[in-house]
Design a protein around this ligand. Structure first.
Ligand SMILES: Cc1ncc(COP(=O)(O)O)c(C=O)c1O
Length: 385
């Protein structure tokens, strides 16, 4: 059996919920959409929720509803999935990257303020609760007021995380919060996503934009469009799975945290590795377990280490190659090596270890056992405390 860095957990109740919809009248645009949106809204504490076909669509539509354009600058972190930056491209805006914090691996708020002092056209900041650790949202909110930009929480990793002991923290600080329900995320709908906002006008517009831009006339037969939208709808089949998964979210997070604690317990003995930190104000949701290894202190490189695990059918991952160094962004915006030095070093050292609710204890023991062997063979003996 293969072990990957992330995987869905599907129960018989999840399956029953989906099958029920398959036997019903509506496979899409039916009652499960509103049901899922209402449940998500309640959990996230937002006034409005708009489900969409994936997390990338969610970010695209936020840019569209906020009317980003060629004179606008969007700031984000280089340590995220491409979608956090691509959404600026879809909306013909400019992008720039803010280096990450050494401890939380989220956007560095001091470096952000430095940039805000010199750039006057910042329309939005997309901060990512990387791996499941919330950003410094209090400071981000204060900056958004001071420098007048919209704040977006790309919350795809942090579904079920807490900030100051609250699950519903995200919308308290951000103008828009986006989710992805891809199978590796903390809950899944296969593919899927959602946008949360408290802005009534945006909610109305987003609902139209996710459905081709269509405005139904009163007779529900004719329609008009004033603006181009997309087919970014989620189906009732997916929403039924989402409802069932959301009910399991807290137990998923509990399991993820148990797995993380076991890794922490093992790795903290070694001074050439750095385990993910959790600030006192935060409860990490451990979508990822990003481990930093000082490969210079081990006589083995990252590629070799990954290949040893692969031979044991364990598929580690790296999250992420810094986005500003992707050839597309380098060429278009003249970004260079050294622009975000903390992020670049983080990438060199980072590997994501398997973490998901159904990861068996014996499989985690196997992973730890392989590390033990590698560390014994390749490390300087005195480095083990
Ligand atoms: C931080 C982040 N933002 C956005 C996305 C995009 O979500 P999706 O794959 O549902 O389009 C992802 C998915 O990997 C993500 O991790």
């Amino acid at each position: 059996m293969n072990i990957s860095y992330g995987k869905q957990s599907i129960s018989s109740n999840d399956i029953r919920s989906v099958v029920k919809v398959l036997k019903s009248d509506f496979l899409t645009t039916g009652p499960k959409i509103l049901d899922f949106e209402n449940k998500l809204k309640k959990f996230m504490g937002s006034k409005f929720c708009i489900t969409v076909s994936n997390g990338t669509a969610a970010l695209h539509l936020v840019g569209l509803v906020e009317k980003w354009g060629k004179d606008d600058l969007i700031l984000t972190t280089p340590i995220s999935f491409l979608a956090s930056a691509n959404c600026a491209m879809y909306n013909n805006a400019k992008i720039d990257f803010i280096d990450i914090d050494e401890d939380t691996y989220t956007l560095n708020v001091k470096k952000l303020e430095k940039k805000l002092k010199v750039k006057k056209n910042v329309k939005a900041v997309i901060a990512v609760d990387y791996a499941g650790h919330p950003c410094n949202w209090k400071k981000l909110k204060a900056l958004s007021k001071k420098y007048n930009f919209k704040l977006i929480n790309d919350n795809c990793h942090a579904i079920g995380a807490k900030y100051f002991n609250r699950y519903d923290y995200a919308i308290k600080y951000a103008d828009y919060v986006t989710h992805s329900y891809h199978p590796v995320k903390n809950i899944t709908t296969g593919e899927g996503g959602a946008i949360f906002t408290n802005i009534k006008k945006s909610n109305e517009k987003l609902k139209i934009l996710r459905n081709h831009g269509m405005l139904r006339n009163k007779n529900m037969i004719n329609y008009t469009i004033n603006e181009i939208g997309y087919n970014y709808r989620l189906t009732d089949i997916q929403c039924a799975l989402g409802i069932s998964q959301l009910a399991r979210l807290k137990s998923f997070i509990k399991k993820r945290r148990i797995i993380a604690a076991k890794y922490d317990n093992f790795f903290k003995k070694y001074n050439f590795v750095k385990i993910p930190k959790e600030k006192k104000s935060c409860t990490h949701s451990y979508h990822l377990y990003p481990l930093q290894i000082n490969f210079k202190k081990l006589s083995i490189d990252k590629k070799k280490l990954i290949s040893i695990f692969r031979k044991n059918n364990i598929f580690l991952q790296v999250h992420y190659f810094p986005i500003h160094l992707q050839p597309y962004f380098k060429k278009k915006f003249k970004f260079q090596v050294g622009d975000c030095i903390v992020a670049e070093n983080f990438y060199k050292n980072e590997i994501s270890l398997p973490i998901y609710p159904d990861l068996r204890s014996k499989d985690q023991n196997k992973i730890i056992g392989i590390f033990k062997k590698i560390f014994k063979k390749h490390s300087i003996i005195n480095d083990e405390i």
